[in-house]
Write a protein that binds this ligand. Structure first.
Ligand code: AHR
Length: 339
């Protein structure tokens, strides 16, 4: 694996040079098709990751790196440190180096048309993973593999709906709403938008639920803590926290406990990711429902990259398997999460 920011090995430069030379003189090694050169030197995949904002993200990066290593695929890895402009630069470098396939996690949905057109012009297939994009011409990328964020949001909404049956029944008389705070993920990201949309969709025809606060914590634990300090100051009666990821949830739990508020008891908490710390909190009764977002997509990503490099078909849309863990489940059955 090659970290772009630190080292492009001599051998790698040579390989790039040979590839470029091969393309320039038109030796017949059409991009996207296996060639003698590829057989000798293996596949080169450029992977643009958005950063390391959460335990989930770190696991996702490791999953891709391990899968590449296991398959003998050279991974040119770039960490964009939460900036779209860095991702665009990384993708341009991958194009300049003539990698065989580009894989990237788009931090936000919009703004990819130009750079993907450049990849197409260079004949390099692109696989989008984890978060979705919107481009005028969807054929600019070969396919998507990742999480179904709309379904995650729907699962969260359904859990809330099923949890407050008594209070809902009383609403007709009391007119006392069930109040919800939402810790929103990164603004403009498909996962945050999908989770918010799915959640609202389920609760739309239930006026007894009211979202009284919704702010972005950028999927960061530190911001989850800061936002919780703010909304706990603003509101006395909060029934539910719907958090777009476990990192923000753990920050909010810390702020609640500092004030003597009992997470999972005084306020119902539903959270997304299912990292080990959230499952532990579920076991301790500090969280009520954990919705899995599966980060272990590396093996499938590398398999798809290999197919693309061989000029083969890949599915346009592939969701990974994800579960929901409820406080009422037999929690002893949950395997160690690994992140
Ligand atoms: O895009 C997936 C989300 O990004 C995960 O839920 C979150 O933890 C991560 O940072």
């Amino acid at each position: 694996m090659i970290h772009m920011k630190w080292s492009i090995s001599k051998q790698f430069r040579t390989i790039m040079f040979l590839l470029l030379t091969c393309c320039l003189v038109g030796c017949g090694a059409q991009k996207g098709k296996s060639s003698q050169f590829e057989e000798d030197h293996g596949l080169i995949v450029g992977f643009s990751q958005i950063g390391a904002e959460s335990a989930w993200r770190t696991c996702n990066t490791r999953s891709v790196q391990d899968a590449a290593a296991a398959q003998g695929v050279q991974l040119v890895y770039d960490n964009a440190e939460q900036k779209q402009e860095n991702q665009i630069k990384a993708i341009r470098s991958f194009i300049a180096y003539q990698v065989d396939v580009i894989v990237f996690v788009p931090i936000v949905t919009d703004g990819w048309d130009n750079v993907l057109q450049e990849a197409r012009d260079a004949g390099i297939p692109v696989l989008v993973t984890d978060r979705k994009i919107e481009v005028a011409d969807p054929s600019l990328y070969a396919g998507f593999i990742g999480t179904d964020s709309l379904k995650e949001g729907r699962n969260a909404g359904q859990f809330v709906l099923d949890t407050f049956t008594e209070k809902r029944k009383r609403f007709e008389q009391t007119k006392e709403p069930i109040t919800i705070v939402e810790l929103f993920g990164t603004e403009g990201s498909s996962v945050a938008n999908g989770r918010a949309e799915g959640f609202r969709e389920v609760l739309a025809s239930h006026p007894e639920f009211q979202i009284i606060y919704s702010k972005s914590g950028d999927f960061l634990r530190s911001k989850g803590y800061e936002l919780a300090v703010e909304f706990l100051d603003m509101y006395e009666d909060i029934d539910v926290i719907f958090s777009h990821n476990d990192g923000m949830t753990l920050g909010a739990i810390e702020a609640m406990e500092e004030r003597g508020i009992r997470p999972g008891k005084d306020i119902v908490i539903v959270t997304i990711d299912a990292q080990q710390a959230a499952i532990d909190a579920l076991r301790e009764g500090k969280v009520n429902c954990v919705i899995e977002c599966n980060p272990k997509t590396g093996p499938e990503i590398i398999r798809l990259a290999e197919r693309l490099a061989a000029g083969q078909y890949i599915p346009r849309l592939q969701y990974v398997h994800e579960e929901v863990f409820y406080e009422t489940d037999d929690l002893s059955l949950i395997e160690p999460r690994g992140y």
